[in-house]
Design a protein around this ligand. Sequence first.
Ligand code: SF4
Length: 1006
Amino acid sequence: MITPRRISLTRAPDLAAFRTTLTDWILALSYAQARDTCVLVPTRAAAEQLRRTVEDRALSEQRSAVVWPVLTTRRDIYDELASRLAAPAKLLSPFEREVLLAAAARAVTASGLTLPYEARPALVAEMLALYDLIRRLGRSIDDFERNFRNELEKEQDTDRGAARLLEQTTFLAAAYRAYETRLAALDGCDEHGLRERLIREAAVRPVQRVIVSVADRLAEPDGIWPADFDLLSRLPALEQVDMLCTEGLLAAGFIERLYASFPDIESGAVTVARRVRPVLVTPPPPPATTTAGTHDAISANYRDREEELAAVASRLKQDRRDGTASPLHRTALVVRRPLPYLYLARDVFADAGVPFETLDTLPLAAEPYAAAVDLVLDAVAADFTRASLLALVRSPHFDFGADPAAIAASDFALAEARYLGGLDRLARVVGQWSAVTAPASREERRRQDALPCVQPLLEAALALQPLCRLAPLVEHITTLTDWLLRFDRTPAEQEQTRSRRLRVRGAVLGALTALKRAYDRHDPAAQGDAATLSAAIRRWLGSQTFAARTGSAGLQLVDAQSARYGEFDDVQIVGLIEGEWPERTRRNVLYPSSLLSLLEPLPAIADPTQRERDALNSARAQFRDLVLSAGQRVRLSAFALEHDAVVEPSVLLDDVAGFGLVTAVHEPASSRIAYSDAVALEPRRAEVLIGDAAAWGALRLSDDRRAPTRLIGDAGAWRLPRVSISRLELYLNCPFKFFAAQVLKLEEPPEDESIQTPLERGRFLHELWERFFDEWETRGHRRIDPDLFDEARRLFAEISERALSTLSPAEAALERQRLLGSAVDPGIAHRVFAMEASRPVAIVNRLLEFPLEGAFVFHAKDGTARTVPLNAKTDRIDVLADGTIRVIDYKSKNTPDMKVALQLPIYARLAREVLQRSGRGSVSLGEALYLSFEGNRPVVPLRPPKGQTLDDVIADAEERALRALDRIAEGQFPVRPLKKSLCSPCSFRAVCRLQIVEAEEDAADE
Ligand code: SF4
């Protein structure tokens, strides 16, 4: 028998009256009543806001205590009711339900029915969501199958989409039934089974009153469903149901739906008076010449969310200065989705010194420890590449016992070893490095430095290796959990984030344990590899939230649902853009809304268009309630860019003009907002900074008598340890790049190379040509003229093959083509042969890798001379039959700009001098040229400009080299690239701040 109950509706004129009524009801409860009363709110954050509102009221009325009813969400009330049964029902966790459904779906597949696609973990979650939707609408699986079949069978012969949906319906109905059968066999139930039990069985201590302060699921995402209305109508021993709602929301269509669900509901209005409306604070009116619309007149429009928050901080500070500020705990920033604002608020409000607080739960996956678990899964999925292993070892959440120097050395050493992944290869690398007891070269020393990091990393990676195999998911989760515990880095006592990190780690490990238990209990046969495991874990961590109270008491950052329960004097509704206000409804991925309408129990909303209209009207009503709920002032703001995409203002802003609000214009503050402004804007004041930052700021701002030139490249005297012409050429190309590479010795980040590095390839080519010309001259040949092309090519091919055998087959094939050419490119050999063939003078001798060592006197244009010690090698000198020499500099690709080229003219001069010193008598320079192996121009000779000689070009190079040496000795390293094109492949872009330097120079020019 159903207990007779009183179901009533209380209509509040606005949210202030809504809160007052709710607070009155709660404060009026006796101890015995409160124990058996549930107050339904949309979220846990909303419950906390309500708790504060009630406490404030109790304090203001000097009550000694508040007897709390059960403040609960729709999801949590099921747990509460279950706990009151004689044999408390055990509700399955969401983990367990998904695993159970996945197992049921696999069993259905094994019986011969198939889905038109693969049931990945995310899809199983969608299937479960559809099951919940069917059941919460009060429908059975038979209803679902019958309705959908009837509809789809009409179209299946003419519409392939309908045929696929029919196949999907047959499968899903079978899977849902299998799920229900498995569920029935278990000691546990889901929300739907529990609902049936709650209606069937009397509770030991029944709930006698339910206060419902949420609307239905069409009006709000956490609203109640038809099945919940049914439960409230039939729950044994429930005596009273009080629905509380604002007039606006009822008028937006909820009243019809409510009467359809509770035909006998009694209705009454609140006697609390409507509150005085707040003042709408607007930005200054746009200039008459702009095409701004009404939105711009009532809402401030910012560039992005960050600028919007910075303006909030600025305004709060200005209000504080003007004495018009409300207390921060009575000031609210209302957001639709807390997450994007929460991340920004941490930085923006911290920098501005504005304390803030939020009560929302955060996605667990967004916590750093959860992201670290992702790194582990990434390393397995990437087959332990260098980058993925380095990311693991650099994570602050794991401890492999490696120090930072060993980690940095590992990065370079693994790249140099061309380690591209694979634990067999990593084990070989570690074995080879460990075998070297007396490292001789720089590379070997680096490997020794890297070993203390790479060895434990190998051990850690081997512990993860079982995840790469196909195995039961239970085993995989055990392997991963054990690994996370074994290599965990416990945060130090004094670390600020210690407590939060430990809580998040507990939550993540708890989620993994729950997932394992779910597989163990419901689907022990489920197998998978690393990809399956990653998908399951990411899906789970992605759906978990973490109750982390963020920030300290201060400005309240609240979501739109919680804001209804808080008393605030000053409210700013932020992020009023399309897609958020109102929130875009998520489409069902399995069926179109026209088909889902067949499940709707209320004829009034069976039409999808009507449902959309009702949802939009509800959003409008709730927005109006929110705008009018502020005690004193309300502000509205939007922004124009989200991740560089233009976004439109919310349509809800169109309604504001009709709210009948008095407006007050507020001029935005132009003062400094953030700590960074205190030291960036004049007058600069370091004393406002906090802690060490104040001392450091004072030091930086103190007059240290450094000349301004110290800030634009003047680094102080420095001595080049060994003069090298190629380094001087680097200086001429960009002094700062020289500084970064040679003075600071910054290393360019290593890259994974499956082929030879440019340096290794250069060495390979030089050695190849040395061997070829050696053999060529041994066979009695000198110059390669066109008649000897075939023979030269044959010999070169023969020698190349010996060299290519040292490379991997893939790299050898590529290199062979580059050396010997293809149908579209004649190849490197042809370029070298053609250069000789096109010069008729016979070659007497080729001097390859010729040393240019000693002290050389360089002459400046002012007539002074300087002795420069050099130890260089030139690629090639041809001694020619006419008594001259030809100096050749090989280049792999492009030849240098002749304006800064130093190597060729200076080597040409030194070659002549060294040959003369060696007793060859007078040697004259016939020619100097660059020979490019793969650049656009194969041969680029050193040509004097009109009216000059080669000696003039050489003298000019000497002058430039001396000037560069002087400037290096003075420590002049400005950011001044010779050409902008040099910057794009440069690794030091992040440190040279070219854009800032250029902007400063432009400003100085103006
Ligand atoms: S990016 Fe350009 S300016 Fe900066 S260091 Fe490199 S070459 Fe010089």
